[in-house]
Design a protein around this ligand. Structure first.
Ligand code: Z57
Length: 834
């Protein structure tokens, strides 16, 4: 590691090493000390859970030192900071990541071994930090890793949910949700009981005119809830930089509970106030790509945004600079529209509390914010009803009306008399009731708006935000294609592959500059290299096969083709098309003679993913997958030729095991619906090939790795609208192969047919909105091409190596550098001698 570090950082890194453990004995001393003192246990009854706790505490001690130094360095340098506001941070486990980023996993491994533990077992004890639903939350976590690794002065701001995303159990083939209480022992967070903010809700606004004729608004009354900060250290890789993730927890402003009420015998009410306050940060909303417009969700958003902005402004004020310098000191990125209230809150602080003129304040606001859009799906675009806003945040609603008025005046000047244009771009939708369109507010309140992959960024400019391109010009809109951190998704998830790569690139520097992966392409014909490459994939498959056996009881053959689709269950992601394809394969196999069957490529079809608890169709899809598995996996005629597995409770730590074990993964969304996708990048980086549609980042992956290395199929985004129109107004016939699949389901081949009629009639009777039938033939044909390609193992390995070698572009480091330069105007803080 050392040799790969650039010279200016080398000295700091060496010094950093001395703040690590001297050797395995030094590490052991610390572990034993924590077992015996912090945990108050003896080494004689130290189980794996206690070993995990002590090991984490030992590494945490190292982290804290660098964390404090980093914060001091950033404060002293007084340089611009970026704040990443996200309602979700899907962090996964912290210990393995901390050991690797600090660069002392080998020391820990040796030390733990001497104490009688396998490091893998110790790592496994940790509960995932699962404060997110899927792609959006995991992207935020990858960004934090890159920001720290690249030495950017950056903070994350989020909510400290008591319950993260629910745990999924599969009972009789159905999803059952179990609460995820994860805070029992969490050594990675630091409560800051001294860092609190009072947050106001409800109440009323009064306006008066001061001596200069200026209108002054005051917001009084209502209720106050306290926000308490909890800080999580974010270590950078091979750098001492350790950034901060600040998560807010809600509690009653009056402290424990109201003693007045308690003493007067009104015990229930005194506790109720406390509970109402704590409810705000109690639970993560489990919807991905769906907005349900619930009051508690709006409360969460304002609570988190107001606390974060208060914190940011407080920090800025310490520098004693003029307000106009705010955007030179502060960049705030809105991760989707969830934090858009921050735009209004900052305007409120500047105008109502600090007394700035409207225009000066608004200039500061718009120069501070950037907005990232992550979806074009209409059901995911946030809207809040005006009456709800009026009730919960009366002053903010007034400010939104003022912002809208001034905005529409500028639109009016540019497009005189275009009433339709005004209606289309207005922040307020004229409906019954009126609605606040949060995406419009986010665009108007930011200086840059970005999509997350090229196709997606083009789509938002030509569809949902078309009018805004005319109003603001095209330069306000830009693309930053998503990326992933190679530390977690290669080095940590696939240590043997990482090791093989570093043996050929000469160092581990590819983990800091992923474009260095290109060097391994020179070895693609080297027999030893290829053999090792194939062996690593096989070993990863053996590990997954064992896990499948342990958790489902099903034996799978590690030599079969592992075909994986793991992601949130959603109709637009088309797991239904995948399982229909599996049924088609099963029917084909059944129709063949035993002789013909032998020529067939054996396959294990692996699914995983959570359905939103209220998403009936998604739950039906899970049920069908399990029902098909129950039949196919017990069919003696079929044996190893086909297995269908649903892995329970897909999450970050399971992804780290599943992804390196895939031969083929499926990214098969209806073209134009998946903004980017990020697991597609993770699979390819681990040597798996992809079957996918021309959607999201699949297109850029193809451009980088070459068309010969990906299995693309299906209709193009530009044609989807016409095809849908035809479904409704033209003739709609279901693909004949798909008809046979439906017939098998309806005959009861997989149990009670009524259980699956929703999925069938969506395609057959309700317009097939996601084009399952239109793409089915091309999907099946392309799966046949996959089988053929896989039978040529040598050809497959070449594709695998070439693909990995060409994935350098998809590092979240590249992505963060693009944000830094194109949106935040911020530079890394160089690390000199401390
Ligand atoms: C979410 O996970 C994404 C978008 C959303 O609007 C919400 Br809400 C949740 C995902 C997209 O679906 C993915 O395509 C994308 O890769 C990811 O965000 C990160 O940008």
């Amino acid at each position: 590691v050392e040799a790969s570090i650039p010279e200016p950082q080398r000295k700091a890194w060496l010094e950093h090493q001395t703040s690590g453990f001297k050797d395995k004995d030094g590490f052991e001393t610390e572990v034993v000390r924590h077992v015996e003192t912090t945990l108050a246990r003896s080494m004689y009854n130290c189980d794996e859970q206690a070993a995990y706790s002590a090991c984490s505490l030992a590494f945490r001690d190292r982290l804290i030192l660098e964390w404090n130094r980093t914060q001091q360095r950033q404060t002293f340098a007084d340089s611009k900071r970026v704040y990443y506001l996200s309602l979700e941070f899907l962090m996964g486990r912290a210990l393995d990541n901390a050991m690797l980023n600090i660069g002392q996993k080998d020391v820990a491994k040796a030390g733990l071994a001497e104490l009688g533990f396998r490091i893998e077992d110790v790592i496994e004890q940790e509960h995932d930090a699962a404060l997110g639903n899927g792609g959006l939350g995991r992207l935020a976590a990858c960004f934090l890793d890159s920001l720290a690794s690249l030495n950017y002065p950056a903070w994350g701001y989020g909510l400290r949910y008591r319950y993260g995303i629910f745990k999924q159990e599969i009972i009789d083939g159905y999803q059952v949700e179990v609460p995820d209480y994860w805070l029992d022992f969490n050594p990675w967070e630091f409560p800051r009981h001294d860092v609190t903010v009072d947050i106001q809700f409800y109440g009323h606004v009064t306006k008066r005119t001061d001596d200069n004729g200026k209108t002054i608004a005051t917001w009084d009354g209502g209720e106050i809830v306290k926000a308490v900060a909890y800080d999580v250290p974010i270590p950078g890789y091979a750098t001492p930089s350790t950034n901060n993730l600040r998560l807010w927890s809600s509690k009653a402003a009056s402290g424990e509970f109201d003693f007045q009420k308690f003493n007067s015998g009104d015990y229930e009410n005194s506790v109720a106030d406390q509970q109402r306050a704590e409810t705000i940060s109690a639970v993560l909303y489990p919807n991905d790509n769906l907005d349900r417009g619930k009051e508690l969700r709006l409360k969460q958003q304002y609570f988190w945004v107001a606390a974060s902005l208060y914190d940011i402004v407080r920090r800025f004020k310490k520098s004693k600079r003029a307000w106009k310098e705010f955007p030179e000191q502060v960049a705030i990125q809105l991760n989707d529209t969830h934090p858009t209230l921050a735009v209004v809150e900052l305007q409120r602080i500047l105008v109502d509390l600090e007394g700035l003129d409207w225009d000066e304040a608004w200039g500061i606001v718009t120069n501070t914010f950037g907005y990232t859009n992550h979806t074009v799906l209409p059901e995911a675009l946030e809207k809040w009803s005006v009456p709800l806003f009026q009730h919960l945040l009366p002053r903010h609603l007034q400010l939104i009306y003022d912002i809208n008025l001034f905005f529409l005046q500028t639109v009016e000047r540019k497009f005189p008399k275009d009433r339709d244009m005004l209606g289309r771009v207005s922040i307020i939708e004229e409906a019954q009731p009126k609605m606040v369109r949060m995406a419009h507010l986010a665009i108007v309140g930011s200086h840059k708006v970005n999509g997350v992959a090229e196709l997606h960024s083009d789509l938002i400019k030509t569809t949902i935000f078309k009018d805004f391109v005319e109003v603001f010009g095209p330069d306000k809109f830009t693309n930053v294609t998503n990326g992933i951190t190679p530390r977690r998704w290669l080095h940590q998830a696939n240590p043997r592959l990482s090791e093989l790569i570093s043996s050929k690139t000469g160092s581990q520097n590819f983990l800091k500059d992923l474009t260095e992966l290109a060097k391994i392409e020179h070895y693609k014909d080297d027999p030893d290299f290829r053999k090792e490459w194939a062996e690593i994939k096989y070993a990863n498959k053996v590990r997954l096969a064992k896990y499948i056996k342990k958790t489902t009881g099903v034996d799978v053959n590690p030599s079969a083709l592992f075909d994986v689709q793991v992601k949130r269950i959603h109709e637009y992601k088309r797991q239904q098309m995948n399982i229909f394809g599996v049924i088609h394969r099963y029917l084909t196999l059944k129709s063949l003679s035993p002789e013909e069957r032998k020529k067939f490529q054996p396959k294990v079809s692996i699914f995983g993913g959570k359905a939103a608890p209220g998403y009936w169709m998604a739950k039906q899809i899970i049920h069908l997958i399990n029902a098909v598995g129950a039949v196919v996996n017990n069919d003696k005629e079929i044996g190893d030729l086909l297995k269908v597995i649903f892995l329970e409770d897909y999450n970050v730590s399971k992804a780290e095991m599943i992804i390196p074990a895939s031969d083929l993964s499926e990214h098969i969304s209806t073209a134009g619906t998946e903004a980017s996708g990020t697991s597609n990048m993770k699979f390819v980086l681990n040597g798996g090939l992809i079957i996918g549609t021309c959607d999201g980042a699949n297109i850029e992956i193809t451009r980088e790795i070459g068309e010969q290395n990906i299995f693309l199929f299906g209709n193009l985004a530009e044609d989807v609208e016409d095809i849908r129109h035809n479904h409704t107004y033209g003739s709609h016939t279901v693909d004949p192969d798909l008809v046979k699949v439906f017939e098998a389901i309806e005959k009861g081949t997989f149990g009670e047919p009524n259980d699956f009629m929703g999925m069938i009639s969506a395609v057959r009777d309700h317009g097939d909105f996601y084009l399952v039938s239109d793409d089915f033939h091309s999907y099946i044909e392309t799966q046949e091409l996959v089988d053929k390609a896989y039978r040529d193992q040598e050809g497959w390995i070449t594709k695998s190596i070439e693909s990995v070698a060409r994935m350098g572009f998809f590092s979240s480091d590249r992505c963060i550098n693009e944000y830094a330069e194109g949106i935040w105007n911020i530079e890394p803080l160089p690390i000199k001698d401390q």
